[in-house]
Design a protein around this ligand. Structure first.
Ligand code: UDX
Length: 429
């Protein structure tokens, strides 16, 4: 089918590329002319494993194109996906101005029947507003349908999540667009659920809030484990093997971050409030997440006492592994808290150092993971990168004034670390 994706951020670029990979003809539109130029020249603006090769392959096959013109995309496609940002506003609600702008641009360019699909994460009832807007601004007065088709991809695993989704959610107001949407997704061999538009929009917020809740739950259990002398990883294993619970998203740490969970939780709480429900459960999820960071910082100050003029090596800046994204990163938050206490930081991240430089200008960036500990008083693990498990512990021990590690992601074994002579503090163990 002929598809257009408006917005070439994480969701738009990966979705467009994967649609091309399964045989559709895709035009990716972005209003950032420099980004479009970069993509046309074979550059990729984000780090996402596997994306680079897939973009190259599909551009070469002629199935994937980039343009800065919305009209070109709309006029040459049957289905138009909106994948633009929906950033948070100071009161927690969602800024829908990009969606509204794009809806007007699509409406202005439409000269025949189109299906307009919202892929961005939006509050329930946004579909109704998009339909109203298109109707109002479409001078040609052609027919159209609005669909909600939320995206569930995780950064760092986006290509895999898209090519092998757990499910596809399609929210429609009539049967006509459902058939086209099913055709688009048939090559992905995933269960397809067709719902009304409001339900599809709610599924996205309900899913992300539940995952955030799962993380806060295990972080609360970690606190109880510390007080009781138990091990949160063993507890997670023990409860996670129950199929009704599941082991995934039960890793205790310094809390969740990123561009989705914090924003989606606030938005969902706000939407609930607007329709008359006080979502106290989700407010508590937020509190536990904030406490988790404060408790970790306290662990550091309890051990190192005064942080002023102490040198700390920090491993990890990205909000999680396999990405260079530092938006709402707990690792950055932690660095800022340590800097505020007067500590001096030597930091390393396999992918996110460039994107961090503007946020943390007064730290030392270290390219070699094994050189971070040099001259430091302690080392802190802030992101769950697998490669941190390969840290040369013998060298780090020699480099530090005293072998102290604060592991905010439980990457090492406490018993082993103690045997090796480390003062090792992790989360919930
Ligand atoms: C999330 C959802 O997983 C995805 O389905 C949705 O489409 C977008 O939001 P993402 O933000 O890319 O994806 O990251 P995710 O892998 O969910 O991790 C979010 C945060 O939770 C990270 O900071 C991560 O470190 C943290 N996390 C995750 C934990 O602390 N413990 C866990 O067990 C899992």
């Amino acid at each position: 089918m002929k598809l257009t994706i408006i917005g070439t951020g994480y969701v738009g670029l990966v979705t467009g590329t994967c649609f091309a990979e399964v045989g559709h003809h895709v035009i990716c539109v972005d209003n950032d002319a420099a980004k479009v130029k970069m993509l046309q020249a074979g550059g990729i603006p984000i780090y996402e494993p596997g994306l680079d090769e897939l973009v190259k392959k599909n551009v070469a096959s002629g199935r994937l194109k980039f343009t800065a013109s919305t009209a070109e995309g709309v006029q040459n496609s049957d289905v138009i996906f909106i994948a633009v940002p929906t950033p948070p506003q100071p009161d927690g609600s969602v800024d829908l101005s990009y969606i509204e702008r794009v809806a007007r641009d699509i409406a202005a360019a439409m000269t025949s029947y189109k299906i307009v699909v919202d892929k961005s994460t939006v509050p329930v009832k946004t579909g109704e507003k998009v339909a109203e807007t298109i109707k109002r601004y479409c001078a040609a007065k052609v027919e159209f349908d609005v669909v909600s088709n939320p995206e569930f991809l995780r950064e760092g695993f986006a290509v895999g999540d898209l090519m092998k989704p757990d499910r596809i959610v399609i929210g429609v107001a009539s049967p006509r667009p459902a058939a086209a949407m099913k055709e688009i997704y048939t090559p992905f061999n995933a269960p397809i659920i067709v719902t009304d538009i409001n339900s599809a929009e709610l599924i996205k917020h309900a899913a992300n809030s539940f995952l955030a809740l799962k993380i806060s739950y295990i972080n609360a259990i970690a606190t109880v484990c510390e007080a009781a002398g138990a091990n949160v990883q063993e507890v997670a294993q023990g409860i996670g093997l129950d199929e009704r619970i599941g082991r995934r998203f039960l890793n205790a740490g310094i809390g969740f971050g990123g561009s989705c969970f914090p924003k989606d939780l606030s938005a969902f709480i706000k939407i609930a409030e607007q329709i008359g429900y006080d979502f106290k459960l989700l407010k508590e999820v937020q509190h536990i997440n904030a406490d988790q960071m404060d408790r970790f910082v306290k662990k550091i100050t309890d051990t190192l006492w005064v942080l002023k003029d102490k040198k700390i090596g920090v491993l990890g800046l990205a909000f999680k592994q396999n990405t260079d994204d530092v938006r709402s990163s707990p690792a950055i938050d932690l660095c800022q808290k340590l800097l505020k206490e007067g500590a001096m930081l030597r930091v390393h991240d396999p992918k996110a150092m460039d994107k961090t430089k503007a946020l943390l200008p007064n730290v030392t960036y270290v390219d070699d993971l094994n050189a971070v500990a040099e001259g430091c008083d302690a080392i802190v693990i802030a992101t769950e990168w697998d490669e941190f498990k390969q840290l040369d512990l013998a060298r780090a021990k020699k480099s530090l004034t005293h072998p102290i590690m604060f592991d905010g992601r439980n990457l090492f074994d406490p018993v082993e670390m103690e045997k090796l002579g480390w003062i090792y503090k992790s989360v919930g163990r």
